[in-house]
Design a protein around this ligand. Structure first.
Ligand code: NAP
Length: 269
């Protein structure tokens, strides 16, 4: 079997089950200020619809977006219309991207405004998981800003089902998992510095979503071994990893990634 339908796993203790591969959607909304090895054209609506259909057919139910991904959220609303129950939607707060520039706002007011705006754009009355889109000053954002407490309030209000942190440091990831449900962590063949966050999540039943699992595509440039297989052997070999968000707009890559993940996870079981 080359799909992920029977490999869904719990997203920490949220009572939500997700596929071990999620679809990253930076490339559905933004082509400026990105660090991919090759240039690309943002897919049109028909291509995006086909990509989402393929993802669903392959057993993917997890999709990751953010206000900072250009038009990603506002495109996903109409693209996912009528399919809300089929998807676990992850979005973010704290980073904005306008006119080619990123800016950050971790205040309570902006957090509320941003989540309300995501709900409207995504055409839904709840978001499954909202992560803080950190600027890298992780501990400052978590302890000196209002964003994390505001997300906890929004969870109590039922607007989001869970919350967490997409950071850049071990200290931030560990701190974020104390009160939050999930950390989004960079972990790939080139960068494993945040492994202690994975270890903590495994020991405490928290969720981990991996970003840049393929080092934003840079590992795919190495000849010889299948870099996707080597990457997934590393990731899924760690018991703390719930899933990897892989950003692709190429249907062949998507199918290859899913088949490879399915084979690796079955072999490791
Ligand atoms: N701060 C944050 O919260 C944060 C930061 C970065 C990323 N993210 C999330 O994580 C997702 C993934 O990160 P990412 O897009 O930076 O990196 P990634 O998933 O490691 O790599 C994506 C790149 O790899 C290429 N690729 C994918 N599968 C491939 C295959 N089988 N063969 C060859 N190339 C392949 C893609 O090109 P093709 O389109 O040609 O396949 C794309 O350029 C993002 O979309 C986003 O949702 C979050």
């Amino acid at each position: 079997m080359k799909t992920l339908h029977d490999l869904h796993r719990p997203l920490g203790n949220l009572g939500i089950h997700v596929s071990p591969i999620g679809l990253g959607t930076v490339k559905l909304g933004r082509d400026q200020g990105v660090k991919y090895p090759n240039g690309f054209t943002i897919p049109d609506d028909h291509e995006a619809q086909m990509l989402l259909k393929l993802a669903r057919d392959l057993g993917i139910n997890l999709i990751d977006t953010a206000p900072a991904y250009g038009r990603s959220e506002e495109r996903l609303g109409p693209l996912l219309r009528g399919q809300r129950q089929d998807w676990v939607i992850v979005s973010k707060v704290g980073e904005e991207f306008e006119a080619g520039q990123s800016s950050h706002d971790f205040s309570a007011a902006h957090t509320r405004l941003s989540v309300e705006r995501s709900l409207k754009r995504l055409e839904t009355d709840f978001i499954d998981l909202v992560l803080v889109h950190s600027d890298g000053n992780d501990l400052h954002v978590l302890t000196e800003c209002e964003v994390y407490q505001t997300l906890a309030d929004l969870k109590r209000e039922g607007k989001i089902r869970g919350f967490g942190f997409s950071g850049k440091t071990v200290e931030g990831g560990l701190r974020a998992l104390q009160d939050g449900d999930c950390a989004m962590v960079t972990y790939n063949l080139n960068e494993q510095g945040e492994k202690p966050v994975l270890d903590y999540a495994a020991a405490h039943g928290k969720a981990i979503l991996i970003k840049k699992a393929l080092a934003s595509g840079h590992v795919c440039l190495s000849p010889g071994v299948d870099p996707v297989q080597a990457s997934f052997e590393l990731l899924f070999g760690h018991p703390g990893v719930t899933g990897a968000i892989v950003g692709t707009i190429n249907p062949l890559h998507l199918a290859h990634n899913v088949a490879t993940a399915a084979a690796v996870i079955r072999r490791q079981a």
